[in-house]
Design a protein. Structure first.
Length: 319
């Protein structure tokens, strides 16, 4: 049943397009989005099946990503592959009955849908795959207006796919970057904390665990502002000063900060003196964030204290 049927006019079409747009922004993953779109399309157009194919330009291969069910995939035979190749290469929408589908795919008519709508999945000039609606029972199930509707739905899906691919690429870059850091600087004697552009903790090394007496897994992913206010500042001799100085670097993340701080002894940590040095991250996957170094200067401070005591004793002798 087409959206052009009586009682299924512009209001129904607008409702469908709104639902699809909303699903594209809210879906947790692509499979959830595809299932939602299929459900919404079946409300005005009963017995509609859909298939979504992605094109990998590096491998020059096609991947049927929906339906995900193996049984449903096998029921499509191989006509989807030929038709997707045609849509991707031609770059245009298509409405076809069994006869045309058979001519394009060289498949037997009895295995093919009665009617099919197809369109490339495109973002700007990049074609990333194809999407088809099809009905096995009613050759008059779709109209030209349904084809226009499909183009809109396909655009929303293409945008969602591109966004997901970018998120995956960013996550992979971060994982590789963090793995490199673990290998290269995870065992350094200086403590290191890396914050993202929201000042969430994305990585700490083992030295921070020793200096602060906290487990790295317990703070990764947390808001550093909240950590400072609720926990970290209390390990220092001057908690309010530590909070004020460090939070100022988050409020104005444009400058290098350097100061000394005194860690008090406590559970899982010893007394020590640290030098804080931090700077904005201007490039890379954590651009907009900040990296904080903590150098253990306890030995130097002990020497300074002894020298100060000796100078005081000498002054008393000569006075």
């Amino acid at each position: 049943m087409s959206l052009e049927e009586p009682g299924r006019g512009d209001g129904k079409r607008q409702s469908l397009l709104f639902k699809v747009t909303d699903a594209a922004s809210r879906a947790k993953n692509l499979d959830e989005l595809f299932r939602s779109v299929h459900e919404y399309l079946n409300e005005p157009m009963r017995n509609t099946s859909i298939c979504i194919i992605l094109y990998d330009d590096k491998k020059e291969s096609l991947n049927l990503v929906y339906p995900a069910n193996v049984k449903e995939k096998s029921s499509l035979s191989l006509w989807w592959r030929t038709l997707a190749s045609y849509l991707i290469k031609d770059g245009k929408t298509l409405i076809a009955t069994t006869e045309l589908i058979s001519r394009l795919t060289h498949e037997k008519a009895e295995t093919l849908p009665a009617v099919l709508l197809g369109t490339p999945l495109r973002v700007k000039d990049k074609v990333m795959g194809a999407m088809c609606l099809f009905n096995y029972h009613d050759a008059s199930a779709y109209s030209d207006k349904d084809l226009e509707m499909l183009k809109f739905v396909a655009d929303q899906i293409a945008i969602a796919i591109e966004r997901k691919q970018m998120e995956d690429a960013l996550r992979e870059s971060k994982e590789k970057y963090l793995s490199l850091m673990n290998d290269a600087i995870g065992s350094l004697s200086s403590g290191i904390i890396i914050l993202d552009d929201h000042f969430r903790v994305v990585w700490v090394n083992h030295a921070i665990e020793e200096f602060f007496g906290i487990e790295r897994d317990a703070i990764i992913g947390m808001d550093k502002r909240r950590l400072i206010k609720e926990k970290i500042k209390y390990i220092f001799e001057e908690p309010e000063k530590f909070e004020r100085v460090v939070l100022s670097t988050y409020d104005n993340n444009t400058y290098i900060e350097q100061f000394e701080c005194h860690v008090l002894p406590g559970v899982n940590r010893g007394e020590r003196f640290l030098e804080h040095w931090s700077t904005p991250i201007r490039t890379g996957v954590f651009a907009g964030g900040r990296i904080e170094h903590y150098h253990d200067i306890t030995a130097r401070k002990r020497i300074e204290q002894r020298l100060a005591a000796q100078e005081k004793n000498l002054s008393l002798v000569f006075d």
